[in-house]
Design a protein around this ligand. Structure first.
Ligand code: TXA
Ligand code: MG
Length: 313
């Protein structure tokens, strides 16, 4: 396809992004987690193009983005638990998976034929503005080639998808830096993907513990093994790099790039994909990453790192 338009995060850019979406075209938009590749979730053609641009397997469903919770009941069977989590965390880095209503109007490609759909209300002011200007549900996976490192700047998006999408809006660096936490609410509340909100905070808002995903039924990146993968080989739990390796550190230590010199997991999440992109240069022999504590946002960070280091097909 043709040239990718570069949109600024201003009134002109917002109007143009909404116009492109209503024409069934694809726009990469900033959200507080990562950049999303947005298309009209009701339009088969737009959704098919999202899968094509990313090289994403069509059995892996997409998240539908809305400007607020009020429209959610149009698509799903809304529940008290969904309302409690929406009150606590929307807009923000939380995605809820709920049973689809019979006449939902979404493209069946969005849900990959499942009888549930993932919904998210992003907090980023530009994502909010474009969703409101467009006025419809927006399907948006992370704006990266499938299986590769997620984008946290417009430059990352262009490095992976330039010429394959219609536009990218520049909203600077994402503040959360890892994708949303996904909670399944079609049965017992279940953690489907750790992400930008710590599971303990979700359990506190629900008043019940989250079940862990059993890995059997649903297709999520977790089941794809290798994901979020840089070109270079990745080694984990490393404190001493080998020659030619880039060492990504955490806390007070000598390293090439530090996720958070002060040992702050929120800062580390915001830097994670940024540092992986920066380290991933052709001339290096690999990327080594220091241990990161398995608490709070560390659960999401370690989940992404394990997939980045997983054996590749
Ligand atoms: O923060 C985020 O969630 C970002 C921004 C752009 O909103 N989006 C994102 O989308 O991470 P993506 O496509 O990279 O990841 C969506 C995940 C996939 O693992 C997919 O399998 C899962 O959501 N998913 C989507 N629909 C689902 C469903 N009905 N049931 C279970 N998992 C679902
Ligand atoms: Mg993704």
């Amino acid at each position: 396809m043709g040239k990718t338009e570069h949109l600024q995060g201003d009134a002109t850019g917002i109007v143009r992004a909404a116009e492109l979406l209503s024409e069934g075209r694809l726009v990469a938009l900033p959200t507080e987690t990562v950049y999303g590749l947005a298309g009209d979730a009701r339009c088969d053609h737009a959704v098919a193009r999202i899968f094509d641009a990313k090289g994403r397997p069509s059995f892996n469903p997409l998240i539908v983005h809305l400007p607020d919770a009020t429209g959610a009941a149009r698509f799903v069977q809304w529940t008290k638990r969904a309302q409690a989590l929406a009150d606590a965390f929307w807009p923000g880095p939380l995605t809820l998976v709920l049973p689809l209503k019979y006449e939902h109007g979404l493209s069946p490609l969005v849900t990959a034929g499942l009888d549930t759909v993932a919904l998210r209300v992003p907090a980023h002011p530009l994502a909010q503005a474009v969703l409101r200007a467009f006025g419809g549900p927006v399907a948006a996976p992370s704006a990266n080639p499938s299986g590769r490192i997620s984008p946290t700047t417009a430059a990352h998006v262009l490095a992976g998808l330039d010429g394959r999408i219609d536009a990218v809006m520049d909203g600077g660096a994402c503040t959360v830096g890892v994708e949303s936490t996904i909670v399944g609410l079609s049965g017992a509340p279940t953690l489907l993907r750790p992400g930008g909100i710590a599971p303990a905070d979700i359990e506190a808002a629900l008043g019940v513990p989250l079940a862990l995903h059993d890995g059997a039924a649903i297709t999520a990146p977790g089941q794809l093994g290798s994901h979020y993968a840089p070109g270079a080989r990745v080694r984990l739990e490393v404190t001493q790099a080998q020659p030619g390796e880039v060492l990504i550190g955490f806390g007070a230590m000598e390293c090439d790039l530090n996720l958070s010199p002060g040992g702050d997991l929120v800062e580390a999440a915001a830097n994670l994909f940024h540092h992986l992109h920066a380290a991933d240069r052709a001339e290096i022999s690999g990327i080594a990453v220091a241990p990161v504590p398995e608490t709070g946002l560390g659960l999401a960070i370690n989940d992404r790192l394990r997939r980045a280091a997983a054996p590749r097909d």
